[in-house]
Design a protein around this ligand. Sequence first.
Ligand code: MIG
Length: 800
Amino acid sequence: MITNTELEIKGNLFPGKIISFSQNVDKINFTTENGVILQVTILRGSVIRFRYATDNNFENDFSYAISETGVRGYSVLEVEDHNEEYVIITKKLKIHIAKANINVVIKDTADNVICKDDWGFHWEQSYEYGGNIVKMSKNAPQGECYYGLGDKPMHLNLKGKRIENWATDQYAFGKDQDPLYKSVPFYIGMHEERAYGIFFDNTFRTFFDFCHERRNVTSFWAQGGEMNYYFFYGPDMQGVVTRYTDLTGKPELPPLWALGYHQCKWSYYPESKVKEVANKFRELQIPCDAIYLDIDYMEGFRCFTWNKEYFPDPKRMVAELAEDGFKTIVIIDPGIKIDQEYGVFKEALDNDYFCKRADGPYMRGKVWPGECFFPDFTNPEVREWWAGLFKELIDEIGVKGVWNDMNEPAVMEVPGKTFPNDVRHDYDGNPCSHRKAHNIYGTQMARATYEGIKQFGYPKRPFVITRSAYSGAQRYTSSWTGDNIATWEHLWIANIQAQRMSMSGMSFTGSDIGGFAEQPTGELYARWIQLGVFHPFCRTHSSGDHGDQEPWTFGKEVIDVTRKFVELRYQLLPYLYTMFWDYVEQGIPMLKSLVLYDQEDIQTHYRTDEFIFGNQILVCPVQEPNSKGRRMYIPRGNWFNYWTREYVNGGGEQWVDADLDSIPMFIKEGAIIPKYPIQQYVGEKKIDQLTLEVYYKLGDKEVSKVYEDAEDGYDYSKGRYSLRTFTFTGKEQEIIIQQHKNGTFITDYETMEIELIGIPFVIKQIEIDNVTVVLKDVHFDPKKNTIVVPKGFTELHIEA
Ligand code: MIG
């Protein structure tokens, strides 16, 4: 056996040649002369895990990120033993492993190189902490682009950047600032229109370098733990994202109200102020479903308490708000005030639930309540206890959602703004230091919160929102992008972050609309609302330091713009809910950056502003003051301008008008867009009719879907949902709409109003399920081209 030092270059150690090989079903192990083991696990034909040990020694295999319910299985697996290499063959990939140094080359079945090691796996031993700094470097062919990585506030395409993942409280962060609140060590690479993904499942501080240090190399490394990554093959980018999301877990459906508009501020208090804000929404008829209580609702910032002066009877208040359609959401932070009179503190202390320093003292840090200790959310017993604390809030008081903040974890007035490295964590029975637990701490807090709300709210669906997150957090929680600023640049950042989170498996995300720090002008607020209603999570929030940020702060024009766009969101709820269902069922990102939508069009590879909301609505925010519109790229295909109904050919840039009351918005031809009547909150009205906007297309069929269910609860998981699939076929003198329904849920409405947009002929005849109908029996309106039909039709012919 040769020693490591014989394979050392500038402090880096490298694997030697392979001396043995073994296979155990889906796991294939290669061992080198210097004690490196590469274990390749075939999860699916296009999902492969690469895991490296040094000193012949793997750690206990444990991950918080990997979902137990993900798809596993493959139809083909062969290993060939050649002179110079082993080749592992699956249905989608050929993985070449060099006998000389275990370098890996991944090819598709047509022998195109998809991803190839440069130095491949190498490492440095860490004398200070023990273990290794584990490193991987890959060849970066010219023209390769990189996407993903969670909340990074920089150009969507990460080429040329070096990135760090270390969850950090970054108040008033700026463009390109890194690291931020979240740690999602997953990226998508794309070269010659073939996409792949890499998820480096390592919770230590990780780095990614995309051709920043060396022009032809991308690399990633971690300050500890194992080199342990999952490779996903596309070739389409959406396939990469859905496979990654399947592996790290998909969320449950949120209650439909959570997709409504939310209003927040630091802070609404006392009760009269909360009521005043809520009432004003109803008075101005701006729909709103949720109102938030920030830290001041508590007694001295003690979690799970109420300031009785501001909120003498929370149960009554919450009930009164609920009567008016408002769900109350409260903030809960991780810091527990050191106070012997405080029950939560005492209980955690008595049960040994708080994090401790290496030599035994408690982890003590200052946050809002003053000096605090912090529960170790990586301990399953602590999570169970934490979940139990929600009994009163949820079960008795009737709070409907919980907002987890400061869970990076943030600590005030200390360098690094977080726990010191030596703090100990249970890590679900794999005791470790904060170096390893830091990035996962927030997710485990949100997870425990989710369990609590679910337990006490059942059979209602829980709603959680978190600031910090690691891969997999989407199973438990939504998120927001943290403390942004009321500037035009931050509108650009918010757009990027929402798109990037979507392609990183965390679609249920939004920004603080209007900006958290500082105050927006009315114009900026209006432009931000126009973007925000197209983000899966839609909430206005502000620090409150610089004045108000309710929609009515900015005068009549902005009130009208806000109402118009929030109403549009409520009309589009069935469309948005269907997007969410696609995300829940298949891991499909709710927002699609243009590159994700059409990667074969290289024009899309560097676009940032335009995105597809769901599958069929193209949106592009106006990001500059005093605009009457903007130039934007319309992706290939044909579209209808939503506002003017003008037909436009994609595949080029154009000017699009958009005064302050408008945003560039286009509907894909052939699309059938479902709409509900405007409601002031979800469930305000019984939906008595579904509207379908049908956008004409000549030629190829277009499929649209509408998912509906009881809007809350779990009956949908027993098949009590309604999924309508519409197929549109357009000819010169005729259109055909076919409907297929799945699921046993019966929707309230009996009829659908169909509006036909862009049809090139005059309607003379209509057949429903092969029977010709009298035009006035279907309320045909020749001016608007609308008809009303029974919801159960299977085939509609509309002819000249
Ligand atoms: O140190 O709870 O990002 O949304 O309003 C500030 C007060 C603590 C930071 C959050 C923000 C919230 C604020 N919090």
